[in-house]
Design a protein around this ligand. Structure first.
Ligand SMILES: NC(=O)c1ccc[n+]([C@@H]2O[C@H](COP(=O)([O-])OP(=O)(O)OC[C@H]3O[C@@H](n4cnc5c(N)ncnc54)[C@H](OP(=O)(O)O)[C@@H]3O)[C@@H](O)[C@H]2O)c1
Length: 266
């Protein structure tokens, strides 16, 4: 009798917060791991802890995804290691500062990490998954993808990209054995907030989820085959109505004539 082998999960941004919890939960679920982030000491400590508790194989893969050479090494790993069955695109950064108070170089680096690195890693992993007829990609977006007025607009735009990219990818890979899930966390208690300049303690406690709860809920959504998982949204009917409106509009969005409301008055 053959036992179920989940394979190896490569997780970006695994040194803290949501990524570290994905590492823990996926190892407990039987995955071996490749952990990617910049902070080697934190990655090593996490890897040792997970190896001790779960007995899984854990590889530490230090990389700055804002650095083209480091990013290329992670891409090569994804292309060459056929044991990798799951890519968790989690590394990301954000801020709450208004557009005009934000340094454009910092905004550009945010796009490089949240959008370009995520895209390149997906391009590196997906062809192998398609060729093998199995594999999965989990992309960590954010609720600001559909509420871009909430935080910094470049951050919201980058997460809207992650959502749209995931939806398109899922559509394209649906019959190829590759699963794609976008996760839209609400405010979650991690270093993300302090790094972005607003410690999480400054937010109302009733809107902040524990990272453990976020990841456990997101993985339940993954097991259920959800395309989009929003753990903090209690009224799923609201999301369903939003999606239904989008699908209703889709066939009507392109036309050879302007809508009557744009006809010049005579
Ligand atoms: N916390 C929230 O409220 C919230 C809400 C919605 C979405 N999210 C998203 O969730 C994801 C994880 O964030 P988190 O909340 O867990 O925050 P976090 O604790 O700050 O984790 C961010 C992770 O990304 C890594 N990272 C940052 N820059 C990197 C780079 N240039 N190269 C490689 N790795 C890099 C960090 O590790 P190193 O510093 O070691 O590189 C860290 O492991 C992000 O995509 C974020 O946008 C968070």
């Amino acid at each position: 009798m053959t036992s179920f082998q989940p394979g190896t999960a490569l997780i970006t941004g695994a040194s803290s917060g949501i990524g570290a919890l994905y590492a823990d939960r996926l190892a407990q679920g039987g995955y071996d791991l490749v952990l990617v982030a910049r902070n080697v000491e934190r990655l090593k400590a996490l890897a040792n802890d997970i190896r001790t508790r779960t007995g899984r194989a854990v590889e530490v893969f230090p990389a700055d995804l804002n650095d083209a050479v480091s990013l290329a090494k992670v891409e090569a790993k994804l292309r060459q290691d056929a044991g990798i069955t799951l890519l968790v695109n989690n590394a990301g950064s954000g801020t709450h500062t208004p557009l005009l108070d934000s340094d454009v170089e910092q905004m550009s680096r945010m796009i490089d990490l949240n959008v370009t690195a995520l895209t390149r890693l997906t391009y590196a992993a997906a062809p192998g998954f398609v060729a093998r007829g199995s594999g999965a990609i989990i992309n960590i977006s954010s609720i600001v993808a559909i509420s871009p007025e909430t935080l910094n607009g470049v951050y919201g735009g980058s997460k809207a990209f992650v959502l749209a990219f995931s939806q398109s990818l899922r559509h394209e890979l649906a019959d190829k054995g590759v699963r794609v899930q976008a996760v839209l966390p609400g405010a979650t208690a991690t270093d993300f907030w302090a790094t972005g300049g607003l410690p999480v303690e400054h937010l109302p406690a009733e809107i902040v989820m524990r990272a453990e709860d976020l990841v456990d809920a997101a993985l339940l959504g993954f097991e259920r085959g959800e395309a989009v998982t929003i753990p903090s949204l209690h009224q799923v009917e609201e999301w369903n109505a939003y999606e239904a409106a989008r699908h209703t509009m889709a066939p009507h969005l392109s036309s050879n004539t302007p809508a009557p409301r744009y006809r010049a008055a005579v």
